[in-house]
Design a protein around this ligand. Sequence first.
Ligand code: MZP
Length: 482
Amino acid sequence: MVKVINWKPGRTFNEFSLLTDLTTENTTLDNISLKTKLGKNLTLKIPFMSAAMTSVTGEKMALALGKAGGIGILPVKYSSEKQAKIVSKIKDQDLTFVEEPICVRETETIEEVIRRIEKHGYSTIPIVNKFRQLLGIFTQEHYWKMNISTEEKVTKAMKPIDELKEKTCFNPNLTVEEIKKQLMETQEKYIVVLDEEKRLIKMAFKQDLEDIKVGVAISTYLGWEERVEKNIQAGADLIVIDTSDAYSEFAKDTIQKYKNKGYGAPLCAGNVITYNGAKYLMEAGADMVKVGMSSGSICTTQREKATGRAPMTALLETSKARDDYFNETGRYIPLVIDGGINSSADMVVALTIADVIMMGGYFNKFYEAAGPKLDKNNLSTTDESKMEYVETWGEGSEKARNLGRYGHSTKKTFFPEGVEGTVSYKGRLKPNMERDLTKIKSALSHIGSKNLEEFRENSILELNSPLTSQVVSNPHNINIKE
Ligand code: MZP
């Protein structure tokens, strides 16, 4: 006789709707913070983590996501030397000038400029005349506060040069060290460097002074200690035990040994899907717990051996362990939800419980993904204008054969639990992600939360029937214009 049959079906993200609450002056879009605290020494500006997958997180992805305020996790399939080399490179990033900032002419409309912002993801756009002399700066943040139609000329919505005294500097020969000093001393987010004729020379952004976060995955197999040591030396901000099933004595042993070393970087352990699994890792000393099994976009675990859980149910159950453990010990253990997040709506629902979301398929679609890019004939290309698809594969696929993640100590017992395929190319990470972050902020605004902590406390979710999901999740009764 089976021990328990749980007749309540598992739930995924898009089965839920989020109810609204009072929006206040403090919870308009530009007042909302998406910061997430993942431990004493680690706070992210945005709650995004890229999956420790060889088709997703390489140097380019880790750097781009880290710069944007999230964190990339370098896969355990990389040698420890390769991981540590990338970590060092990212941690050693220094501020550089933006030598040719994208700027627009004074003749353009606000609509045209906003479209450009959406394409490139830059939020601070210099407005110049035909001699490249600076007339002003357009930012969406400033524009949102004005009541002007997007059909108007951009000059109507820009901050004119005479109001930019603190943000401009008339010394084209300014060095990197000098600009760094200026940025550190000012409240401003950027400085524009001009020549005596007010021609735009270069820009520098305060954001580029910030420390870029990067994490690495380890397994529980032989050699993990050396891998940790190398990556900690290189400056890694987070170590992630990446195994498909972390409810194991091996994970506990790894956590305890890691914690005994007294490293400053927090340790995330996963994946688990049950209350008991999460509690076990918390009690073993994990600083963060990663949740999910069988929900990944490339995953066939459920099909092969029926183990796994619907991601929202896994998150709900493990969050009970987070609450209980907090009540017992006063230690709050952040949860990472990993796998199955496909849209901004999924992100919002996941963030009603999780502290951070890890995504593979989502990041795989971008230019910065490690997977090779293909043209419309499925041929490899490095020409961005021809990119149509990106290759993707699971860590449990024949291609990756990440033995340690799936509990194999030799190749003899390996069988695939993941597939290979392609995803449609979506362009650069920054503009796409900024749009999704705005959607998340918009959801927070609707329920009157100014940060993610409040959001987790205030959210009220409602389960939809399958029929309701069809109606509320999709347009209906119209022919959709492509
Ligand atoms: P997704 O965001 O693509 O839906 O899911 C990404 C997650 O899927 C990874 O972070 C990892 O936990 C999981 N994964 C990676 N490879 C496999 C596999 O081959 C897998 N089965 O399930």
